[in-house]
Ligand binder design. Structure first.
Ligand SMILES: Cc1cc2nc3c(=O)[nH]c(=O)nc-3n(C[C@H](O)[C@H](O)[C@H](O)COP(=O)(O)OP(=O)(O)OC[C@H]3O[C@@H](n4cnc5c(N)ncnc54)[C@H](O)[C@@H]3O)c2cc1C
Length: 328
């Protein structure tokens, strides 16, 4: 699952394609249809996801923005495709298998560290494997922050072994994503439904929204984990609940019985029906987790990570429409 020189060269070529609107919410590429893997990418490093990296988006359309390195004005280079080298400057444990990684851009000609909220980037490891990860904040002008789970496998395993000060990781992006930048204050109620390390895009939205002092948006985080020890940002969540008692509500669903659990067992449609009481047009739902989790909550995603598929699952039964739901 490595990026060969040929693939990198092909990726640069992808940037000449102009993004056109295929559907109201999506961008697509010329003859390839909406969000479809193409060229060497359909069997390239992203084949596990059924699509190519699709960087080099030339433009944006509607809420689904294609902020590739060639499209995002404050992105990682405007004129040519490339990975930028990162220095690993910090690593602190968040749970027993998730660490907070802090990276600085190595180049003095620095592109921006301020990735649009909820947008993933592609990190390439010294071993050559590249995987998408979602920065957890975009408010730091100097550093990039990630919460990354160690699966003791290819990319996450390689990253976990890197010493502080090493410079073998490189970055490109942001990858195509549904644009939620500057929308945090526009909703009356946002439900953030996540499982495990899937919290990363939800966290960037949640902290960004709460930090906006003029926003009155109410947020409800419904967070599913195996045990209390697996809850990422546990202390921060508790602090934010205390700080914003009228804006933030948190529901913990834990497989293992624990006094911290609002529900014991796996998240299921009955819990969601119990916890979601507002489906008005100014309600939004963000869902992030493994594929089976997303299917149960909101219906199966089809295609690349930013493709949405039809709305299904519990949220459809509750009464939401497709436009109200974002699946990560
Ligand atoms: C848009 C997007 C954003 C993401 N953001 C983040 C993020 O912010 N933080 C984060 O931690 N991850 C994130 N991920 C997941 C990340 O990209 C990688 O998939 C993850 O780190 C695993 O990569 P790997 O190379 O370590 O494992 P791979 O070798 O690619 O293995 C991946 C799969 O194998 C499974 N697996 C693990 N161990 C075993 C085993 N022993 N036997 C069989 N299967 C196993 C895992 O469940 C995983 O599904 C994101 C994914 C996407 C698509």
């Amino acid at each position: 699952m490595t990026l060969s020189n040929l693939e990198i060269a092909a990726l640069a070529g992808v940037g000449i394609f102009c993004a056109i609107t295929i559907k109201r919410h999506y961008c697509g590429f010329g003859p390839f249809g909406p969000m479809h893997g193409f060229g060497p990418w359909s069997h390239g490093p992203w084949r596990g996801y059924g699509y190519g990296p699709m960087l080099g988006y030339g433009g944006s359309c509607g809420p689904m923005r294609g902020h590739g390195p060639m499209g995002y004005k404050n992105g990682f280079r405007s004129a040519s495709y490339r990975f930028d080298q990162l220095n690993l400057v910090g690593k602190t444990p968040l749970t027993h298998d998730v660490d907070h990684y802090t990276f600085a851009l190595a180049s003095s000609d620095k592109p921006s560290t301020q990735i649009p909220i909820t947008a993933p980037v592609l990190l390439k490891m010294p071993t050559g494997e590249a995987r998408p990860f979602t920065p957890i904040y975009n408010s730091d002008k100097d550093y990039l922050h990630f919460a990354i789970k160690n699966y003791n496998r290819s990319a996450s395993g390689a990253l976990s072994k890197m010493p502080i000060g090493s410079s073998g990781v490189s970055i490109t992006g942001p990858l195509p994503h549904i644009d939620l930048q500057n929308t945090e204050g526009k909703f009356k109620q946002v439900y953030l439904i996540g499982a495990g390390a899937g919290i990363t895009p939800l966290w960037s939205f949640l902290t960004s929204s709460l930090n906006k002092s003029d926003s009155q948006t109410k947020l409800k985080l419904i967070y599913s984990n195996h045990s209390k020890e697996d809850i990422i940002f546990k202390e921060e969540i508790d602090e934010l609940k205390m700080k914003y008692p009228n804006r933030l509500d948190v529901v913990h669903v834990l497989s293992e019985a624990d006094y911290e659990a609002n529900y014991t067992g796996r998240l299921n449609p009955e819990i969601l029906k119990n916890e979601i009481d507002y489906v008005g047009p100014d309600a939004k739902v963000l869902v992030s987790g493994p594929p089976q989790f997303i299917s149960m909550v909101a219906g199966t995603k089809r295609g690349p990570p930013f493709a949405q598929g039809q709305l299904g699952g519990a949220l459809r039964e509750i009464g939401f429409t497709k436009d109200q739901v974002v699946k990560f």
